[in-house]
Design a protein around this ligand. Structure first.
Ligand SMILES: Nc1ncnc2c1ncn2[C@@H]1O[C@H](COP(=O)(O)OP(=O)(O)OP(=O)(O)O)[C@@H](O)[C@H]1O
Ligand SMILES: [Mg+2]
Length: 394
């Protein structure tokens, strides 16, 4: 066995003969293997509770709990530990019985040292192979799970966007018709119709429902209010300021201060303003919702080498419990009261970030706050493309 293996290699020697144990331990140590010792089956069982072993070399003939019983205990509680039995020189039956009970192999006493060393090495290698196979199977299962989840989410995203698009038209019709109804109810000739008030309330309910449904379809479709060219030349600071402005009312009401910090070397870039704006609005809105009155939100902009920018939205809010960290990017996950959050903000944000080949990372501590870090690669356009070329330049 080489020393690299023996560094993390755990071996226990169980034998009631003190001399045999210490001689063997010394010889093993000269070969770079540090063996632990136990003088009885009972001591070995106790020792294993706190010290998991790779290999146990176990004498069969011991007073008290004998080797066979000890072996059964070990294999029952620690099936991954390999056991080599040392039997009396005529006790082949013990050896065979031992193998049936799960022993790796048996050697008859007196043992030939090199032979034992070879067996220990084989037992350790078997243990390692089993462990590797277990880890591999675990990893494979994990990756498969992840792939299923990712595919399901991607399919769901496409489907959701399609549904949102289809729903927008009937939604517009309902909106218009309910608007028409409410304007009719204002007309003097309908001033005295029966149940006018109830009708008014019903129309109001319809309009509220439409508003909520629209919030969902807008999130899913990327809420493009005015058509803009795909890329505009813009300083990220301006984009951040604009996004802060769009969600500032709620922050003002809660007296939350929003600060923008920008590294000096951040320059104007060609950027998809619509998409980045939607990312920022979703993140800042979440930060505002999570932060108590008088809290603080900081948005930092940094350059990211070799070509990109980093946007960090940091709040002093309630934080996200560990068990929710995996869920917050799932569609419709929300801790807001029914009717208040769509649970689509981060799902859509992640979709956009993925589309831009960027990344999003969340760091959060319950009771302290949350930091969302978004990296976005910036495309380099050919040099002849001047700022003024683009109609969307602002
Ligand atoms: N900065 C944050 N601090 C604490 N929790 C957050 C933060 N950002 C997101 N979350 C948690 O993640 C959940 C999902 O966020 P997401 O933006 O997807 O939906 P939402 O905010 O609930 O709904 P909507 O975006 O429509 O208002 C939130 O309900 C909240 O529990
Ligand atoms: Mg949100």
């Amino acid at each position: 066995m080489d020393s690299g293996q023996s560094a993390s290699f755990q071996l226990l020697l169980v034998d009631d003969e003190t001399d045999f144990r210490s001689t063997l331990t010394k010889r093993l140590s000269r070969r770079g293997i540090n063996a632990h010792q136990a003088e009885s089956g009972e001591t070995a069982i106790d020792f294993l509770v706190t010290h998991p072993m790779d290999v146990v070399v176990l004498d069969v003939k011991m007073p008290g709990m004998d080797g066979m019983e000890t072996l059964r205990h070990i294999k029952q509680r620690y099936p991954q530990t390999e056991v080599i039995l040392l039997t009396g020189h005529t006790a082949t039956r013990d050896g065979i019985e031992g193998i049936k009970a799960g022993a790796f192999d048996y050697l008859s006493k007196p043992v030939e040292f090199e032979h034992l060393l070879e067996k220990i090495k084989q037992a350790f290698e078997k243990k390692q192979r089993t462990e590797e196979r277990r880890l591999e199977a675990e990893y494979k299962a994990h990756i498969e799970q992840q792939m299923i989840a990712t595919e399901r989410l991607a399919a769901l995203g496409t489907l959701a966007a399609g549904v949102a698009h289809e729903i927008n038209n009937p939604l517009a019709i309902i909106n218009e018709a309910s608007g028409y109804l409410s304007s009719l109810l204002e007309k003097p000739e309908l001033a005295d119709i029966p149940r006018k008030e109830q009708m008014g309330r019903a129309v109001e309910k319809i309009q509220k429902g439409v508003k909520r449904a629209r919030a969902i379809t807008h999130q899913l479709l990327g809420s493009v209010r005015k058509p803009e060219p795909v890329l505009v030349h813009m300083h990220p600071n301006d984009l951040v300021d604009e996004s802060i402005q769009l969600v500032s009312k709620e922050a003002k009401d809660k007296e939350i201060s929003i600060t923008r910090e920008s590294a000096k070397d951040v320059r104007a870039v060609w950027i998809n303003a619509n998409q980045i704006r939607q990312i920022l609005i979703n993140l800042i809105a979440n930060a505002i919702h999570a932060t108590a009155p008088n809290g603080q939100i900081t948005i930092s902009i940094k350059k990211r080498e070799p070509n990109g920018i980093t946007l960090v939205v940091q709040d002093t809010g309630k934080g996200i419990p560990k068990e929710n960290l995996d869920k917050i990017f799932e569609p419709f996950f929300s801790d807001k009261p029914p009717g208040q959050g769509t649970g689509l903000g981060l799902f859509v944000t992640k979709e956009i970030v993925d589309k831009l080949d960027g990344s999003i990372k969340v760091d959060s501590r319950v009771g302290e706050g949350t930091t969302m870090t978004v990296h976005i690669p910036i495309q380099h356009l050919e040099s002849q493309r001047q700022r003024g070329d683009d109609v969307g330049h602002q």
